[in-house]
Design a protein around this ligand. Sequence first.
Ligand code: G6P
Ligand code: ZN
Length: 544
Amino acid sequence: MTVKTVSTTPFSDQKPGTSGLRKKTPVFMRPHYLENFVQSIFDAIGGARGKTFVLGGDGRYFNDRAAQVILRMAAANGASRVIVGQGAILSTPAASHLIRLRKTDGGIIMSASHNPGGPEEDFGVKFNTPNGGPAPESVTEAIFEATKTLSEYRIFEAQDVDLSVVGRTALGDMQIEVVDPVADYAALMESLFDFPAIRAMFSDGFTMRFDAMCAVTGPYASEILENRLGAAKGTVVNGTPLPDFGGMHPDPNPTWAKALMDEMFSAEAPDFGAASDGDGDRNMVVGRGIYVSPSDSLAVLAANAHLAPGYKAGLKGVARSMPTSAAADRVAEALGIEEFETPTGWKFFGNLLDAGRATICGEESFGTGSDHVREKDGLWAVLLWLNILAVRKESVREILEAHWQQFGRNYYSRHDFEAIETARADAMMEELRGKLAGLTGAAFNGHLKVAEADDFAYTDPVDGSVSRKQGVRILFQDGSRIVMRLSGTGTEGATLRLYLERYAPGPEGLDLDPQEALAPIIAAAHEIAGIERHTGRREPDVIT
Ligand code: G6P
Ligand code: ZN
């Protein structure tokens, strides 16, 4: 085995997005493409020499090949140890946990999250720092800078490492530890939640469906829900991870998890339904005949978290991304704890969690999590819901309706317009930004008056760093709100995300259909931004 130094030239498109570098798989498979990016990660963090890393991914196409390349490069760059999930598999939250548990120097996660996988679909690589969280912008910027000037990378010439069996092996001087991807994570969940109470609920006949969408959470959900908590066999569906996710689009929302939605709204609906995404950090929660929006889910979890053993001391604070509805703010206010509004992207929660200022965080993009790891965590959210259901002995509907009675309801929806030509999407946002100053006081649909319009900027309360241009906000006098931003995770053209919100204090008017409740705001958004004029689209591709 010898270290080979390979000459290379930079790729100009290796700027990490909202969550690492995501590209079409054939792009990642181009000669030197993956290698350049991995070498840039090592270079940007001051080299790999003597360091310990965690490595794993969501099992999508190219996961196994990429893992071998990364291992050979880690060895050639002098890493002392890599802890790898068996079969190169680790869900994102499980990887975050391992990075922390084993006090490593960080980890490399191979995933394009909720994007489809396969030879013609998406692949991704991201670096997580020693706190277990996605690299902050300072680090991703340094990685990007390194990609621009890279002239060589180092790689071992060696046979593939056998990752199919748990145990220890080596590559040159580098130790490799292949670990069960589920065990440590399952133990962490068991330490946070009241497993006996949940087990008793299942043995009393509580029924559930968990759709793993042929992605990484299958083995985690089967072990935890069926084996440890006694849910009926077959509770977990699509539980075998496949390289192409069985052709599914593993994004747990009402559009892509349609089979689950149909079942939950049918006469045979189980008591509780949930789904998770490609790499296991997102979740969708559905009750019998009732969909729980991610923003409401965050609020309900924050209001009830103390019912779970891991959170019985109460929460230190709650954080949400700016486009997420303000439902959680009302809970924080009632609990007398701090509430934070951050830009989109889980990495912005990292400092708040590390500083002990927030315990629970959530995003409208189907992400919820806590300070137990530094990523959002799909199964964690599902288990916290189960814990709450087991203690309160009420249905999802009863819990949601009681929540709205107490706090009022933030009607909420997100409309996505996908694969828009990038230049047209940019032009639309540009024009909108130019209009903002003049919008204050303008009225739409007769009664909707703009109180304030801006482009969201965030100053991190812990390190003082400032992030600008994080999304256009149009706030109306009645508390309604429009937010618009372009997605940072797509790989094809641009995706416009239009976030819509209206607050109803109750006690009347809490049971409208969200699309109807939001109709005047939707109309105003189209009028203000000229979405159809710019994109040729009137109807969104995805509604959440
Ligand atoms: C990833 C990040 C999330 C973020 C989401 C937004 O899932 O981990 O923290 O909310 O992307 O994606 P977008 O496509 O809206 O930029
Ligand atoms: Zn994900």
